[in-house]
Write a protein that binds this ligand. Structure first.
Ligand code: PMP
Length: 415
């Protein structure tokens, strides 16, 4: 069969090889059409925190498909979306919140950006229209999300149509003061700041401190700037707490979530908004402040059923706590790699373990990835970085095996 897919993030040169054709998933494993088995070391684009084929989520999806598979949420509602909105609000530090639902992470981010801009319009501060992010931050591939993220080689063709009025520097040394300067300088135009909490995933798992995040939240509040926390990649236990922002003890104005919300079982995302903001979207006054924004699949009943099942499992099986315990073991098992000559740095945050190799290893990365693949490990290196971000349900032995395979491969290719 000819491949007619316009693949995301795939070079044409990669298409010259036969692409693995994955036909089944079970637990932490994926199986291809030739019967080979692979450990899903990246949780399928960071989404599948519970691995694949969890019977409780599968059943929830199957049951819901036969009950009500779609419902408009504009001026209508249904039980699953009502329950989920209530549940998400209860997961926040302060539960007075309403949720906008969407499908992908970037659609939740788009909603957050538009809500921030319209909030200031609603309260007669229409000059506050800038939503800025952090240098090297990433919030999705739609144009609004690109505008709040970094522009690198991937995004060059869109440079002229994305707006980057300012950005916060990446706090490599944890220093908040340069960011404070940017916020204070532009506070008159700033509607919101959006950041990935504690870890810039797509930039190569760049980690910064919870203390920086706390100072950022305080500074935004002091300067009348909304704070949007993008938990799409980090949410639901990846960092050792339910949300990464929980490490900083803050109460963000808006929280975007996706991926882990349904543990990767259905495309569903959400932006959870504080009621102080939500309440301004009224048509009671002289001005109609209704949020004229929505997606066909907003609050999709099957998506919501998957999310409710995933949230139950996270709680019932103590997934977050278990992940936090596992993270400590993963770190101990990975630490010996720091001794290897070709390793530049190791980084850890919860169930994220990064081995950054020295730049001269670049020509070897594709071969190392292929070798690991042939050994049954599905890694997706970013630049010269190999990272482990496995399903949080991975067992000790499976995780140890993955760490060992990575170390052996690095030693073999970079002696
Ligand atoms: N925000 C962050 C932090 C992400 O990592 C991603 C995707 N990797 C997105 C947003 C976009 O999510 P999606 O790909 O589901 O649109």
């Amino acid at each position: 069969m000819k491949n007619k897919i316009f693949h995301p993030y795939t070079t044409f040169s990669a298409l010259k090889n036969k692409l693995p054709n994955l036909v089944r998933g079970e637990g932490i494993y994926l199986f291809d059409d030739e019967g080979n088995k692979y450990v899903d070391i990246v949780s399928s684009w960071w989404a599948c925190a519970l691995g694949h084929g969890h019977p409780k989520v599968v059943k929830a999806i199957q049951d819901q498909a036969g009950i009500l598979q779609h419902s408009i949420t504009g001026s209508l509602t249904h039980p699953n979306v009502l329950t989920l909105a209530e549940r998400l609000a209860s997961l926040m530090p302060t539960p007075d919140r309403h949720s906008v639902f969407a499908s992908d992470g970037c659609s939740a981010v788009e909603a957050a950006i538009k809500i921030a801009i319209q909030y200031w319009y609603n309260i007669d501060r229409p000059e506050k229209t800038w939503v800025i992010g952090m240098d090297q931050g990433y919030h999705g591939d739609s144009l609004g999300a690109l505008g709040a993220g970094f522009v690198d080689d991937f995004h060059k063709p869109y440079e002229k149509v994305t707006s980057h009025p300012a950005k916060l520097p990446f706090p490599a040394d944890g220093d908040f003061e340069p960011s404070r300067k940017v916020i204070e300088e532009h506070k008159a135009q700033l509607a919101a700041v959006i950041v990935e909490p504690l870890c810039l995933g797509s930039a190569g798992m760049k980690i910064y401190s919870a203390d920086y995040l706390k100072q950022l939240a305080d500074c935004c509040a002091e300067n009348n700037v909304l704070l949007i926390i993008d938990e799409v990649a980090m949410g639901f236990g990846r960092t050792g707490k339910r949300f990464a922002f929980n490490h900083a003890g803050i109460d963000p104005d808006m929280v975007c979530m996706g991926k882990g919300l349904t543990a990767g079982y259905m495309p569903l995302s959400a932006c959870v908004v504080k009621d102080e903001i939500y309440n301004t979207f009224t048509d009671d006054g002289e001005k109609d402040c209704t949020f004229y924004h929505g997606n066909t699949y907003a609050g999709h009943p099957i998506g919501c059923a998957a999310a409710l099942a995933a949230l139950d499992i996270y709680e019932d099986e103590g997934t977050v706590e278990r992940g936090a315990e596992m993270a400590e073991k993963m770190k101990q098992w990975m630490l010996p790699m720091a001794e290897l000559d070709c390793v530049k740095e190791l980084r850890f945050l919860g169930m994220i373990g990064v081995v950054e190799l020295k730049p001269e290893t670049k020509p070897l990365i594709a071969q190392m990835k292929q070798s690991l693949f042939e050994q049954g490990y599905l890694f997706r290196p970013l630049g010269t970085m190999f990272y482990l971000m496995p399903p949080l349900i991975i067992s000790d032995d499976e995780l140890k095996g993955a760490v060992y395979a990575l170390q052996q491969t690095i030693e073999e290719f970079c002696p």
